[in-house]
Design a protein around this ligand. Structure first.
Ligand SMILES: Nc1ncnc2c1ncn2[C@@H]1O[C@H](COP(=O)(O)OP(=O)(O)OP(=O)(O)O)[C@@H](O)[C@H]1O
Length: 592
């Protein structure tokens, strides 16, 4: 038999590295460098295709938000095939292929393993389940342990349906529900149990605990992100149990203002799995380049990064010209000496230089607003983000995080220094793992962990559920929301004694809508008798001016009401007229 030697391309140390290879292919196909977050998305998408056993011909049925995805995928597969390279996902698909083709090998392994046990079955992918199915047949001595309510990796191919369809797929099998919770107080167990019932794709479990009720689940609506951080710090000072406290968030970016505030207050923290990609993100690099040019008009490298991102009408040819003649002078002086410039362009160069002259005198946060508006960087982002495959919501979140750092500094040099300090603080925080320190983590990374005291923060629509690439008109929207609800549930069930859910009214000075999931928990911890609610409604329950949360439309204010209908001005969806009885009977509307 011919032996083929395969090489694995995973990990930084491998001879041929998967990420390097994908970066190269992306560049070849798109003639553009791939950013860190896009690279992550590309890797997940390839994993998804492999793990879900998706045929290339069906790619158009899926929403892969990566320019040239099909061509990148083909090229990646071809290079691996021609060079006998494998990534981790290929190890699964290849195993599956070999076992299907070679009856001899399949029999060998079937005989070798009489009993098969699978843990974390909710995170097991379709191809993994298919391999298990082949190996277990015909005895089917198969035992899966998992919790479909904690399945949070479907974006990279986890396949919880295998648990849900188990009895149908394996005739004569049995399901045992493990309903006793040994971790959390009664308050937390009952609230999270009720909450996850909002999902349909699940076994109907009745989680219970023999622990005491203890502290009720707390929901706080805070004015803004500064108040949110202040609230957490005050609570931590009161409790002082650093090691037993975790602050959990949906989006890695939420860590930035936290780190800023915790470090200033001398509270040690351990940062799980933070991706430094924030600091190297192209938007962050653009903004620092603007500031660098403002501080030093001779900084040609920073200028080259941004000259075409500010509506300057400076051509590539002019840029090449100044690079050729550059000897450490001001880029603006050089620009004015370019040949063939018309008076309009010269006027434009002068006005841009004036903006860069003013910028250092502004407060750091105003400086970011200024470069966005006066130097038209915002317009550049608005016009180009979607074209380049980035969601503008995400880009705005990144800018909002920068503004929070900026807001806590007094000069733009102070801002740049703090920015560097934060990078170092976050880098060093990974060494605090076993120290007496508060844990900061995304919910994804907190899976499997537990803490006495848990804060879930930034619980606002757009962040949780995240503003994904999926619209609410999409047929898969409900599936998407169910996955987000499971993630919320994973966060809630990390808490042993105290669970604090925090939402803000404004972020980056803009009104935001509280997460629908907070609304759902709110109605669980503040139950109302429906009949009583209906009769009080007829009199004074809800009235014009009452602030409400609607499960579907988020936060709003009642502007008109009668016995049958209620008219609400929603922050995001505008004015809607709804049937009062349906809102109450289906638990859709809550006062806040
Ligand atoms: N039979 C038991 N008696 C007492 N305590 C238990 C028992 N089983 C588990 N525990 C405790 O309950 C907590 C949760 O257990 P464990 O982490 O094993 O559960 P899990 O199902 O993996 O949870 P999750 O999937 O939510 O992370 C731990 O603190 C563990 O020590």
């Amino acid at each position: 038999m011919n032996k083929i030697k395969f090489r694995i391309i995973e990990g930084e140390k491998s001879e041929i590295n998967k990420t390097q290879l994908l970066k190269r292919i992306y560049y070849k196909i798109n003639e553009n460098y791939i950013s860190e977050d896009k690279l992550e998305e590309l890797i997940s998408s390839i994993s998804y295709v492999k793990n879900m056993l998706i045929d290339e011909r069906d790619f158009n049925k899926y929403n892969f938000n990566i320019p040239g995805f099909k061509d990148i995928y083909r090229e990646y597969e071809m290079i691996k095939r021609e060079n006998n390279l494998l990534d981790y996902d290929d190890m699964l698909t290849l195993t599956y292929e070999i076992l299907r083709k070679s009856q001899g090998l399949l029999n060998k392994y079937r005989n070798k393993y009489k009993y098969i046990q699978v843990d974390e079955a909710q995170d097991t992918s379709k191809v993994q389940h298919e391999i298990v199915r082949l190996l277990a047949y015909p005895e089917n001595n198969l035992f899966l342990v998992g919790d479909e309510d904690q399945s949070i990796y479907s974006f990279r191919g986890a396949y919880p349906e295998a648990i849900l369809n188990f009895e149908r797929e394996y005739k004569g099998s049995k399901i045992f529900l493990m309903e006793q919770n040994f971790r959390s107080t009664k308050n937390i167990t009952m609230t999270s149990n009720e909450f996850i019932r909002g999902n349909k794709e699940r076994y109907n479990k009745n989680m219970y605990t023999e622990k005491e009720e203890e502290i009720p689940v707390t929901i706080k609506f805070l004015m803004n992100e500064e108040e949110e951080v202040k609230y957490i710090i005050d609570e931590i000072y009161e409790n002082k149990k650093l090691k037993d406290t975790a602050i959990l968030y949906r989006n890695n970016l939420s860590a930035i203002p936290l780190v800023d505030a915790l470090s200033k207050n001398g509270i040690p923290f351990y940062l799980r799995d933070f991706k430094q990609s924030f600091f190297t993100h192209w938007v962050v690099q653009d903004i620092t380049a603007f500031i660098n040019v403002a501080l030093n008009r001779e900084d040609i490298h920073s200028f080259e990064r941004i000259y075409y991102k500010m509506n300057s009408y400076i051509s590539k040819k002019a840029m090449e010209h100044i690079k050729r003649h550059y000897k450490g002078q001001s880029v603006f002086d050089l620009l004015r000496r370019c040949p063939d410039l018309n008076p309009y362009i010269i006027k434009r160069i002068n006005s841009i230089e004036e903006c860069f002259r003013i910028l250092p005198y502004k407060k750091p946060k105003d400086a970011i607003d200024f470069l966005q508006n006066q130097l038209s960087y915002k317009e550049y982002l608005d016009n180009n983000c979607e074209k380049m495959g980035y969601s503008i919501e995400n880009i705005n979140l990144i800018i909002a995080s920068l503004k929070i750092i900026a807001n806590n500094t007094t000069s733009i040099t102070g801002f740049l220094n703090r920015f560097e300090e934060l990078q170092k603080l976050m880098d060093d925080a990974k060494f605090n793992k076993d120290k007496d320190a508060v844990t900061l983590s995304t919910i994804h990374s907190a899976k499997g962990l537990e803490f006495e005291n848990v804060f879930m923060i930034d619980l606002i629509e757009g962040q949780f559920p995240a503003a994904g690439s999926i619209s609410d008109e999409d047929e898969n929207y409900e599936k998407y929301i169910e996955e987000e609800r499971r993630l919320f549930y994973v966060g809630m069930t990390r808490a042993k004694k105290q669970l604090n859910l925090l939402a803000v009214n404004t972020k980056n000075q803009e009104r935001v809508v509280c997460s629908r999931f907070v609304g759902e928990v709110f109605s669980i911890v503040n139950p109302v008798d429906k009949e009583e609610e209906l009769s009080s409604l007829n009199s004074y329950g809800f009235s014009i001016g009452t602030s409400v949360i609607h499960k579907r439309f988020g936060q709003g204010i009642i502007i008109d009401i009668n016995q049958e209908t209620v008219e609400i001005n929603f922050n995001i969806y505008g004015i809607k007229k709804l049937l009062m009885r349906a809102c109450i009977e289906e638990n859709l509307l809550y006062k806040i």
